[in-house]
Design a binder for this molecule. Structure first.
Ligand code: IPM
Ligand code: MN
Length: 353
């Protein structure tokens, strides 16, 4: 297969992990005789520095031409003056909106070998295999914002059709897994959540009667994620709740650095990025965990290029590398020597040969 992949390294550790993702995709191309062309473009703070905007036209044009987008991370102290009109994060949000990638899939799988890296007791972690489907192009992230001397506001809006389409994506995914869907809202307080709950109940009753539906308020969901994480199969929720709950859920897997994501819309073109941020504290040191990015590259192969065998191989290589003892610093508490980003990537590449 021939495919053009836009690579957006971004800021902080973004370029370090993006390079790892690219190496893995390149190895897959070699092994399976595909031709992947990487079109590297700017986004976020790096784009502000080079173009004065976090999402240059050249970046948008590249994404629209390509089969998929692989993205590192955006943001950093250099661009985080609270009063700045232009921020790196705007580039990412605009890109998600422009490409219409409303469904953000964030799988959380616990590898038994990493139980020690998690702050939770191992007995709670056994069998954790859940998927958060986060609505990505609506809600409070995209509503009108105001600010004056005395007050500020962020508007949260959801339409019926925005809820319908994300619930359908989540329900179909649940159908391919263990057949359980948990919808998370705050319907005891928020009107958008009452709409969310009504629409979810109707879509599930009418279109997916075979899927078991559970509904949780977000505060309770935050607790249940720690007290009974293995019970969850697919969780569907709105933009901001999904953002918060997946950072929490990453602690089940041992580190933020482990978790990938796929942002999908109605076409096959998706945006694939680890859920972690730009980690300015470790940027430039070459020690970032590339697993979340490499697992995101696997999701790219699976969802945008429909290369299932290739995607499975990459996922297995990550598991095998971890099982063989390969660890970056975020996965180890004190003591034992750890691998750099490059060495960890090498350890994973070894299992692709
Ligand atoms: C994420 C990030 C982004 C978000 C930021 C960088 C805008 O935290 O992808 O989870 O909040 O969506
Ligand atoms: Mn986040």
């Amino acid at each position: 297969m021939d495919a053009v992949i836009t690579v957006l390294p971004g800021d902080g550790i973004g370029p370090e992990v993006a390079a790892a993702g690219q190496r893995v995709l390149q190895e897959i191309a070699l092994r399976f005789k595909h031709r992947f062309e990487f079109d590297v473009q700017q986004i976020g703070g790096a784009a502000i520095d080079a173009f004065g905007t976090p999402l240059p036209d050249s970046t948008v044009a590249s994404c629209q031409r390509s089969s998929a987008v692989l993205l590192g991370a955006v943001g950093g102290p250099k661009w985080s003056d609270p009063n700045a009109a232009i921020r790196p994060e705007q580039g990412l949000l605009q890109l998600r909106a422009l490409l219409g990638v409303y469904a953000n899939l964030r799988p959380v799988k616990v590898m038994p070998e990493l139980a020690a890296a998690s702050p939770l007791k191992a007995e709670f972690l056994a069998g954790v295999d859940l998927l958060v489907v986060r609505e990505l192009t609506g809600g409070i992230y995209f509503g009108a914002k105001t600010r004056n001397k005395d007050s500020a506001s962020d508007l949260c809006v959801y339409s019926v059709s925005e809820v319908e389409r994300i619930v359908r994506v989540a329900a179909r995914l649940a159908g391919d897994r263990r057949g359980k869907l948990c919808s998370v809202d705050k319907a005891n307080v928020l009107e958008t959540s009452r709409l969310w709950r009504d629409v979810t109940n109707r879509v599930m009753r009418q279109e997916f009667p075979e899927i078991e539906l559970e509904t949780l308020l977000v505060d309770a969901a935050a607790m249940h994620l720690l007290s009974r994480p293995a019970d969850f199969d697919v969780i569907v929720t709105e933009n901001m709740f999904g953002d918060i709950l997946t950072d929490e859920a990453s602690m089940l897997a041992g580190s933020m650095g482990m978790l990938p994501s796929a942002s999908l819309g109605d076409s096959s073109r998706g945006v694939f990025e680890p859920i972690h941020g730009s980690a300015p504290d470790i940027a430039g040191r070459g020690i970032a965990n590339p697993c979340g990015m490499i697992a995101s590259a696997a999701m790219l192969l699976r969802h945008s290029l429909r290369l299932e065998a290739e995607a499975d191989l990459v996922d297995h290589a990550i598991v095998s590398a971890i099982a063989s003892g390969a660890r970056t610093a975020d996965l180890v508490r004190g003591g034992r020597p750890t691998l750099s980003t490059r060495e960890m990537t090498d350890a994973i590449l070894k299992f692709l040969h």
